[in-house]
Design a protein around this ligand. Structure first.
Ligand code: NAD
Length: 478
């Protein structure tokens, strides 16, 4: 098998080569994870000991934060400001929160039913396969690992073959923290080559997948022959609804974040901005002014606001979406090209791109581009805004902006999406569940619900009454 070339998307230089795992090594990872669950220490370890190890992992991430941020930026193209202030500290916090909340989230619940007691207990799913995308390599791995490990599972971790480097470092941090050998098993290689073997294996009890709809559907096929628990976090085409009384300065700045962070390669990107027609012109003018000033550059430069896309094929995909949008009649207000200039010539950069008044039937209004591209449309009333927002196969997230919070809440209740942010954007908290509706997937990450996804609920029914037990005593006339 050919070695994987791990590329820096700013320069297209090879950072390192990695040997992809062979079928034998995949087999060994599955067997190890299974054996560690069935016979190992982790699932039976007292919660207090598990908690201490998770806290040490969190500490280990923070102690290595600067190197991890640099590595993540080099490998993913994400600006260093984002990895330094968001990805890496949030990864550490995911483990810290899981450690601190696990006893509360996992505690058994007692119910009284007639004369009996029922004990609802949470048990780990077993062997959990975690499949990670390239857009938030360490953060999404940490979200999933923290909950899966807290709940007592053993894990097979499969990072994207484009961005495996921080996962390799995390494995070292977990070893140093004292995680028993075999609890987390890393597999490296191409998803299409390894996916079917990993996903269809009966020894894997659960798959937690974050990635594209196309691959999500493949995984559904692989798993159809043996029933297993699935958690699917898929794509999005989220809408940001801006009412005429919204705080204009806030909403312009927030729209920049919601569209262009991570070069727009965010599942919760607000790729459709819907603006009340009364403030549309003012919004567009202020927004375009700031979009045109965004600084593109090398991800390791602290001044950079927009880095490169992840790969040449992603760059081509974004360009193709833009060309199709133009052909379909969308009005291009800025961007739309691969930038020229010495500093961009070897990387996979793309200009921040704004389309206006796009026909809702157009491809660019319906499909996930996963790049720095946005459609800005106007609406005449909230009914129209909601119709546009909900006219999508996806239902991951949305924003509503208004000075009238009760009105914003009413609108939020009617948006068909798993998360709606009112007067803010992108607030992910470890305490709060996150996950999509419709084609954006099913199941939740984060919060109590997120951790409980990695458990099975068992009902232990204890009848402490003596004698009169109508069915079991008398049914057959005893
Ligand atoms: P992708 O689906 O191409 O890859 C995701 C992972 O699946 C990678 O590890 C890849 O190697 C693996 N994979 C590929 N083919 C596979 C197969 N046949 N079987 C098993 N695994 C396979 O996604 P991507 O390009 O890495 O990430 C971008 C996508 O992820 C976007 O659609 C984005 O919206 C989505 N995403 C969703 C969320 C969310 O929370 N909903 C978060 C981040 C990204």
């Amino acid at each position: 098998m050919r070695n994987l070339e791990i590329i820096n998307p700013c320069t297209s230089e090879i950072i390192t080569h990695l040997e992809p795992d062979s079928q034998e090594r995949i087999e060994s990872a599955i067997a190890k994870a299974r054996n560690s669950f069935d016979n190992g220490r982790w699932p039976l370890m007292p919660l207090s000991e598990r908690r201490d190890i998770l806290l040490k992992i969190s500490k280990g991430i923070l102690e290595n934060a600067a190197e991890l941020a640099k590595l993540e930026s080099m490998n993913s193209g994400k600006p260093i400001k984002e990895t330094t202030f968001m990805d890496i500290p949030s990864s550490a916090k995911a483990f810290e929160h899981a450690a601190q909340a696990m006893e509360e989230y996992l505690k058994p619940e007692g119910l009284e039913v007639e004369n009996a007691k029922s004990l609802l207990v949470r048990q780990p799913q077993g062997v959990v396969l975690l499949i990670i995308p390239w857009n938030y390599p360490l953060l999404i791995a940490s979200w999933k690992l923290a909950s899966a490990l807290a709940a007592g599972n053993t894990v097979i971790l499969k990072p994207s073959s484009l961005t495996p480097l921080t996962a390799l470092e995390l494995i070292k941090i977990m070893d140093d923290a004292g995680l028993p050998e075999g609890t987390v098993n890393l597999v490296v290689g191409s998803g299409p080559l390894l996916g079917e073997k990993l996903c269809s294996d009966k020894r894997v009890d659960m798959i937690s997948f974050t990635g594209s709809n196309e691959v999500g559907k493949e995984i559904l096929k692989y798993t159809s022959s043996n029933v297993k628990k699935l958690l699917m976090e898929l794509g999005g085409k989220s809408a940001s609804i801006i009412l005429k009384d919204a705080d204009m300065e806030l909403v312009v700045n927030a729209s920049l974040c919601s569209v262009f962070l991570n070069q727009g390669q965010m599942c919760t990107q607000m790729s459709r901005i819907l603006v009340d027609e009364e403030i549309y012109e003012i919004f567009i003018e202020a927004f375009l002014d700031k979009v045109k000033k965004l600084k593109l550059g090398n991800s390791l430069d602290h001044e950079t606001q927009i880095g490169p896309l992840i790969s040449e094929s992603q760059q081509k995909k974004v360009q193709a979406f833009v060309e199709k949008a133009k052909k379909e009649g969308a009005q291009l207000l800025c961007g739309g090209n691969i930038p020229r200039g010495e500093e961009f010539k070897d990387g996979y950069f793309f200009e921040p791109t704004v389309f206006a008044q796009v026909d809702p039937g157009n491809t660019i209004f319906q499909q996930e581009v996963f790049g720095p591209v946005v459609c800005v449309n106007k609406f005449i009333n909230t009914e129209e805004a909601l119709k546009l927002a909900n006219d999508s196969d996806f239902g991951l997230a949305a924003c509503v902006w208004s000075a009238d919070v009760s009105k914003a809440r009413e609108i939020a209740a009617q948006v068909n999406a798993g998360t709606v942010w009112v007067n803010t954007y992108g607030m992910f908290y470890n305490e709060l569940p996150y996950g999509g509706f419709k084609q954006s997937g099913f199941g939740k990450e984060l919060g109590r619900e997120g951790m409980l996804e990695y458990t099975k609920l068992k009902n232990i029914f204890i009848d402490e009454t003596k004698g009169a037990k109508p069915i079991v005593n008398y049914w057959y006339g005893v």
